[in-house]
Design a protein around this ligand. Structure first.
Ligand code: FAD
Length: 462
């Protein structure tokens, strides 16, 4: 009997344990593998144009690597997947396990629908080096703190990358075709496994050296931008971890600190996936409330501030640069994600969920566990989060991490002619201040006081 390989967030052929499992089963029976992708109506409705545009390009790349045999069908997975299995006469459908809330619920529905026709849903591997939920503390509990999680994660280890099957007996089935390119105003990186691998190797050679020191500098463009291929599974983190393990630190090349630092960032990704596994409600709800309910801004004034924030017109240059980078690239540097998120929550007093929704609509790497839990980290409501009283000062953050102002000038053309770090305080330029750059929409010092007073109220009541 043939098998079906249902691709989801694993749009690659290398280091793909579910593909290996599907191929092994098909070979054992002398049959073929149906490569399926379902354009899930739900995802098509909720994902923003930048993410859909990237997905369409990633599917086109996957289809090309399958010599045009990717079977694309549109609809509800619990209807489409059993229908394709029946059409192919398949006895099993192989997947990489979904671990985030929507994917888990969807797979349960699909599994039930398949079971009613005698077809098995076979889960092999996950989008993580260590599957979420696998690790627990000495007391058998879920991890609540990152550092012990990372220690346990490193001690647990992971498999070597799965070898790419040499020749796969792909089946040929009618397809609705890869979706046409989705129009977007975002400048996207080239999609597909091969392009992602090239960018990764470029990073290893050129930017891993010095990564530990420079990763916080948005002006330097030295981070790997692997969040996008990791989101879509064009590369698996195990592949990255294996390459990192093969690095020989030494003079002129990456140091051990660079390798450790990169591995640690990947561990944050795994930590958030683990937290989301145990706490799916964290997708919408704060893991703990830190402020009284009346602390949050709502209504037309909050809407006006929110719109200024999304448009990159707050009058705080590093915040505006980040928000405009997001609009232009569908990606933002991590440090600036933290600064802009902190500004929304602690300077504008707008709930993290609203900012997270905007990020999800714009980010090409937009990913529920990473986005929601990083927002919760900034907002002080998450696991092992930054304490709420730590309020980022957007001027000091700009001066520290964009010391010459290059990042701001790149994204805020109104400030292009302001030299050096002066760009972080345009209000001090007096008559030479660029007239078309907005005034500050709030006073940071005052809003910080308000945020801290709100926190104190919560403590007094608490
Ligand atoms: P690099 O510095 O090259 O890091 C390597 C990899 O480590 C990244 O690709 C990523 O997979 C992982 N990583 C790095 N930082 C983090 C982190 N803080 N949390 C989890 N994993 C991390 N990341 C997403 O993938 N999707 C999101 O939707 C997302 N939303 C975010 C929202 C906010 C408010 C914040 C503060 C962070 C968010 N992040 C998100 C995490 C982080 O900003 C991005 O992963 C990172 O900027 C991607 O750039 P990079 O690949 O060049 O990072």
């Amino acid at each position: 009997m043939p098998t079906v390989l249902w691709f989801r967030r694993d749009l690659r052929l290398s280091d793909h344990p579910a593909l290996v499992a599907a191929v092994d089963e098909a070979r054992a029976h002398g049959t073929e593998v149906v490569p399926l992708y379902v354009l899930d109506d739900h995802l098509w409705d909720v994902a923003g144009a930048p993410r859909l545009a990237y997905l369409a390009a990633a599917l086109a790349a996957l289809d090309a690597s399958l010599d045009g045999r990717l079977v694309v069908r549109r609809g509800r997975p619990e209807q489409v997947v059993p229908a394709v299995a029946q059409e192919a006469g398949a006895g099993s459908v192989h997947v990489t396990a979904a671990t985030e809330p929507y994917g888990r619920r969807r797979d349960e529905r699909v599994e039930r629908a398949l079971a009613s026709t005698g077809v098995a849903l076979v889960r092999t591997g996950s989008p993580y080096a260590v599957a979420p939920g696998r690790l627990s503390t000495g007391g058998g509990e879920e991890f609540k703190v990152f550092t012990p999680f990372r220690r346990a994660w490193l001690a647990h280890g992971w498999h070597s990358p799965a070898p790419r099957p040499r020749s796969v007996p792909w089946a040929v089935l009618p397809s609705d075709g890869v979706p046409a390119a989705v129009p977007t105003d975002v400048e996207l990186p080239t999609a597909g496994e091969a392009a992602a691998r090239r960018r990764w190797h470029h990073f290893l050679e050129h930017d891993l050296p010095g990564y530990a020191e420079r990763r916080n500098r948005p002006d330097e463009d030295v981070t790997s931008v692997m969040s996008i291929p990791l989101k879509w599974g064009e590369l698996h983190p195990r592949t990255l971890l294996a390459d990192l393990a093969a690095v020989r630190p030494g003079p002129g090349g990456p140091g051990q600190a660079d390798v450790d630092s990169y591995r640690s960032e990947l561990a944050w990704r795994e930590f958030h996936a683990d937290v989301m596994w145990h706490r799916p409600a964290a997708r919408e709800e704060s893991l703990r409330e830190v402020l009284p309910a009346d602390a949050w801004a709502d209504g037309p004034e909050a809407d006006r501030l929110f719109e200024a924030w999304t448009a990159g017109r707050t009058g705080y240059p590093v915040v505006d640069a980040g928000m405009r980078q997001l609009l232009a690239l569908g990606w933002m540097h991590n440090r600036v994600r933290m600064i802009t998120a902190s500004f929304l929550v602690k300077d504008l007093h707008i709930r993290w969920q609203r900012g997270a929704a905007h990020f999800m609509a714009r980010l090409v790497d937009g990913d529920v566990p990473q986005n929601q839990l990083n927002w919760q980290w900034v907002a002080g409501t998450g696991r092992d989060a930054a304490p709420y009283f730590r309020v980022f000062n957007p001027v000091l953050q700009g001066e520290k991490f964009d010391p010459d102002g290059d990042y701001v000038r790149r994204w805020v053309p109104e400030l292009r002619d302001v030299p050096g770090a002066a760009v972080h305080k345009p209000w001090e330029l007096g008559l030479t201040a660029p007239p078309d750059y907005p005034e500050r929409i709030v006073d940071h010092a005052r809003e910080r006081e308000r945020a801290l007073a709100d926190l104190q109220r919560a403590r007094d009541w608490g």
